[in-house]
Design a protein around this ligand. Structure first.
Ligand code: MN
Ligand code: MN
Length: 340
């Protein structure tokens, strides 16, 4: 007979997800994958596939190494706003939890301000507008706006997915709160939640068949994002970004071929690369990431994402343990036997 008061809490979630070392490896794979895709894609951001093929004719027409450059003139191994804004968001989540025991939207907005004042390599127009609005009025979200359907809120949401593992309600609430600081549009919201839930399933150990089913079911519910047949657009419009990322994540079983197919479409290549890297990196885990790309990442970047990935997973498990303690029903002091 099953125990009517089963032990709830982190051990249950963690056991279902395959244990701590599997979850930690997937979380680190996601964060390193994000940084790798950002660093690789930045070289060809805003280029067309034809321009990329011409520029890399000496490599069979394929851009395949983390060499920096691009319109931002990056040093090899450096990353752009996709990774640095994610790190700023993750820092704010960790800080908010440590100081107040909860995720605090104002702490996140202040984190974006500090990030922006630190002169990041780049900052999208919608992100800049949102940060300036917060500075001017202190408001944590602007009115819903047709101009907010870019991918800027989606590109930085990985830390929220990690910090709320095992707690879907908190994931949705914090995701939308951080998104609305700069982006307030139903397509951005749908993408943040849809890609986030898929990522969380991968982090919890979902296999290829489950991912395929999830991706197709979500696109059927949100037909704007249908990605088969693949429309082959990879711009910063969040629909284009999501179609490119989902299509390649599901079409290629291995990290490297999925990544090369994605960034060689150009356009918003650092962001499509980052999001593809996040999903595919979670799927294969950090230990299975291509070694040459891990080595080409700047050591400071690799260290920052490594530290933050483990801190966020630790935070999620601590939150699960707290919730389990609060939720555990106490056994009644005496149970009468079911017979006279
Ligand atoms: Mn970028
Ligand atoms: Mn970009």
């Amino acid at each position: 007979m099953p125990d009517p008061w089963p032990a709830a809490g982190p051990s249950t979630w963690l056991a279902r997800a395959g244990g701590l070392s599997a979850v930690a490896d997937r979380a680190l794979g996601a964060y390193l994958g994000l940084a790798i895709g950002d660093a690789l894609g930045a070289t060809v951001e805003f280029m067309t596939p034809r321009e990329i093929a011409h520029r890399f004719a000496h490599q069979g027409g394929v851009h395949r190494h983390i060499i920096g450059g691009g319109w931002l003139k990056l040093a090899p191994g450096q990353v752009t706003d996709d990774t640095t804004m994610s790190l700023a968001l993750g820092d704010a989540l960790l800080r908010g939890e440590q100081t107040s025991g909860r995720f605090d939207t104002r702490t996140i907005a202040d984190g974006f301000v500090a990030w922006w004042r630190g002169r990041p390599a780049d900052c999208g127009n919608t992100c800049r507008r949102g940060i300036q609005r917060y500075l001017a009025h202190g408001s944590l979200q602007g009115p819903a706006s047709d101009g907010d359907a870019g991918n800027g809120a989606l590109m930085r949401n990985l830390p929220v997915a990690l910090a709320t593992l095992g707690d879907d309600a908190a994931f949705e609430e914090v995701s939308l709160a951080q998104a609305h600081i700069t982006h307030h549009h139903p397509l951005s919201d749908a993408a943040v939640l849809g890609i986030g839930h898929l990522l969380r399933a991968v982090l919890a150990g979902a296999g290829p068949a489950a991912c395929e089913a999830m991706g197709l079911a979500w696109a059927a519910e949100h037909p704007d994002f249908r990605f088969r047949p693949f429309p082959r657009r990879a711009s910063a419009y969040v629909v284009d970004t999501v179609q490119t990322v989902l299509y390649h994540f599901l079409a290629h079983a291995d990290f490297e071929s999925a990544m090369l197919a994605t960034v060689n479409l150009g356009e918003d290549a650092d962001t499509t690369g980052a999001l593809l890297g996040m999903l595919a990196g979670a799927r294969c885990g950090a230990r299975a990431l291509p070694r040459h790309w891990r080595r080409q990442l700047a050591p400071t970047v690799a260290q920052a994402v490594t530290d933050q990935a483990s801190a966020l997973v630790a935070l999620a498990l601590a939150r699960q343990a707290r919730r389990a303690t609060r939720a555990a029903p106490s056994r009644p002091p005496h149970v009468s036997p079911p017979y006279p």
